[in-house]
Each structure stands twice: as C-alpha cells, then as structure tokens.
Unconditional design. Structure first.
Length: 402
C-alpha cells in the first residue's frame, strides 16, 4: 500500500552519485532550498579509480567516502531506494510504498549492471579466473589475476549495450598488457579483446593512436563480436561474431568481463523512459536535459538517453546545465542553458601513460588544456588522472565549484 507523507518537496533528486550530488550542491549554492535527495547507499564511490585498482595502481579505499560527507548541507537525505515515479501525480514511490511528492524532479540514479544478461556470468565472476573492474568488490581480484599470470590466454570483453565509461573495458587491456610486457611474459600470453564495435574508438584522432597501442601489445581484437555465454566450469566463453553470424568457444586462463548495462528496472518500466532506448534510459532533450513530456523533470548522467559517452566528465558539464535550467523553470522561464555533448575519457594506454580523449556530440575533439597536445600518450596526463582528478572530484565537482 502506498502512503503519502505530508507536504511536497520543491526539488527531489533521485540518486546520490556524482550527478545527483553535483546538482544538489549547485542548487544549494544558488540559494534553492527544500531539496530532498533519495539515495539508499551509505557509501559514495569515485568509480573512475576502479580501473587503476584493477591495474594495481591504486587502493580501493581511496575510491570511497561515507555518503553523509558528500550530501550538501541543507539537503534532506532520504536513505531509501526509489521504486517508481508517477509524473502526473508528481510523486516518487519509495521502497516500502511511501510516496515523496515533488514540484520538480531530477533523475540521476545511474545505471544497473545486468550480470544475468550473459548466461553464466553471474555465477563465474569473482571466482577463480574471472573478474571485473565494474564492481568495487571485484576490482582488487582483477589485479591479483593480472599479477599472477605468466602464460595462457587473457580475454577482455565489452558488451553491446552502453556502459559506464566506454573506454574502461579497453583501459584494463592496456594496463595488463603493459604489466606483462614489463615482466617479460607478454610473449607467452595471448591477449584477446572482444569488442562489439567496428572500430576501437569513434573519434578518428584518438582511434589512430589506440590502433598503434593495440599493435604494440599484440592484442587480438575481435571486432563486431560479443561474449554471449560463460562456462565457468570449463573456463571458456561463447563469442558471437555478429558480422559473420557465427559463434565459437574461446578458452581463457583469465577473463575480465564487463556486464551488459541498462537503466534501473523501475525506470525501464516507467513512463519517463525513452521508447527509443532499448535499455530503458530516461528521455531527455540532448541540449537542455529536460524531459520532452514533463517540463518539471530533468535527467543527467548515466541514466539519461543522450548520444554521448557516459562518463564523469560528461556529468561535470551536464550538472551546471541542469541546475541552471531547473532554476529557469522554477522562475517560469524556458530553459536557456545548453549541453553540447562534451565528454572525456582518460584512456590509460600504459602504466605511466594516458591518452586524454575529449569530444562532443559531433565527435569533434574538445581539448581542455591549452598548449598541451592531449592527442598523444602522455605521462603528465597519467599523473593528472591518478593524483589530481580524485581531489578535484571530491572537493570541486561534488561541491558545485568545478
């Protein structure tokens, strides 16, 4: 039974990750009050660090803080999960059947990892020779497997769905291969990357560099292919080649698997999902981030159906647009602020090198650093990712200052 609490919040933000906290901070800094944040987790994670955790370059503890330390002052934190939205009644349905009424809604619950989307994956991950950097509890195991490997076949996969940080599935390929090269065992290891796309990267300027990286490590890339089953008992996966319409069994000694990903189930089944999104992501205007049917609803981050990569850098550009446009709507004006699709992916190509890919909706490079050629593998960009980005995240982005 659904029960309605008294009153109606001026703003309800669903999701206490980077997107939700960033918007809440910006609204508070602009003087907006009566904000509720719906987030069940007691821990806030800086997920971009998990690639380096899996690569043995960072401790897991450095990627987490208590959620209570990042919720802005003056924001009412509701420690429950959302289970639905009724945009006509303007209520969020919370776990337990309670309703939270709102005037304006910001959806930023992120996406979910569909471990069950590949038969056998849920049973195999984190056991013996299978791991994934896409979950905090598994990332340290990735490094253990990489560190201990001396020979055999290492398989890395990427699903056909959109994923958090589209470059992460190949970053760990390069970190592992470079480690094995330095240990002088790479020649004894077959490295296979199962990729559903036709190219390594959509932006040509960066793709050419990555093709050189792949050649340098001798990585065997299976283009237009996908892992469609895992047999943990036999240490093998089924690879489907969509271009040829064939399947084959591929044995592994180490498997780094990236699960399919989608909007949370309650978003998929709800009225705010975009019918054009197979994964049920929220419909949003690509520039204003406003829902096309409900002017008081905005979406950003991984859950928004936008034609750009789902990254923290994208959220950093989306959050000020959502906050400013929401204030416009509160004041009875049309949203005036626009997001151009900017996203960024610091592609770790070696244990001391990063290729910083920055681009917009039109796949045009959008470099942020003047006088620095970030279209090359750079040591300073690795230092930037490892040591500068985390404090900028905690003290700049989450506080609405960056």
């Amino acid at each position: 039974m659904r029960t309605s609490p008294p009153g109606r919040k001026r703003v309800v933000i669903v999701g206490g990750g980077s997107a939700g906290i960033s918007v809440a901070s910006r609204l508070r800094r602009a003087g907006v009050g009566d904000i509720a944040l719906v987030e069940p987790s007691e821990t806030h994670w800086y997920q971009p660090l998990w690639t380096l955790v899996g690569g043995g370059q960072a401790p897991l503890n450095g990627s987490r803080r208590p959620q209570s330390t990042v919720v802005p002052r003056g924001v009412h934190w509701i420690r429950r999960s959302a289970e639905g939205v009724d945009p006509d009644a303007r209520v969020v349905i919370l776990h337990g059947g309670h309703e939270l009424a709102y005037e304006h809604l910001v959806l930023a619950p992120g996406l979910q990892l569909d471990w069950g989307g590949v038969p056998g994956l849920a049973e195999a991950v984190d056991r013996d020779r299978v791991s994934s950097n896409y979950a905090a509890e598994y990332a340290p195991h990735t490094w253990e497997l990489i560190r201990d490997m001396r020979s055999g076949t290492a398989v890395f996969t990427q699903p056909a769905t959109p994923v958090k940080c589209g470059g992460a599935p190949q970053k760990i390929v390069y970190l592992a291969a470079d480690h094995w090269r330095r240990r002088k065992v790479l020649r004894d290891i077959r490295v296979v990357f199962v990729l559903p796309d036709t190219v390594l990267f959509r932006v040509g300027e960066y793709r050419r560099i990555l093709e050189q990286v792949v050649a340098r490590y001798g990585v065997e890339v299976r283009f237009q292919s996908e892992m469609t089953a895992v047999d943990g008992a036999r240490d093998s996966i089924t690879v489907t080649d969509h271009a040829r319409g064939t399947t084959e069994s591929l044995a592994y000694d180490f498997l780094h698997a990236v699960p399919p990903q989608s909007a949370p189930d309650w978003i998929k089944a709800g009225p705010l999902a975009d019918p054009a999104s197979p994964q049920g992501f929220v419909a949003a205007d690509r520039h204003t981030l406003q829902h096309p049917r409900y002017a008081n609803v905005f979406a950003l981050g991984d859950v928004a159906h936008l034609p750009t990569s789902k990254t923290g850098a994208a959220v950093r550009k989306q959050a000020p647009v959502v906050a400013a446009n929401l204030i416009d709507v509160m004041r009875g004006r049309a949203p005036e602020h626009r997001y151009d699709g900017y996203t960024s992916c610091p592609l770790v190509t070696a244990r001391d090198r990063v290729l910083l890919a920055e681009f917009d909706y039109e796949l045009r490079p959008r470099p942020s650093f003047p006088f620095i050629d970030t279209s090359k593998e750079r040591r300073d960009m690795w230092l930037f990712k490892r040591y500068l980005l985390p404090p900028l995240y905690w003290h700049g982005m989450l506080t609405g200052r960056l």
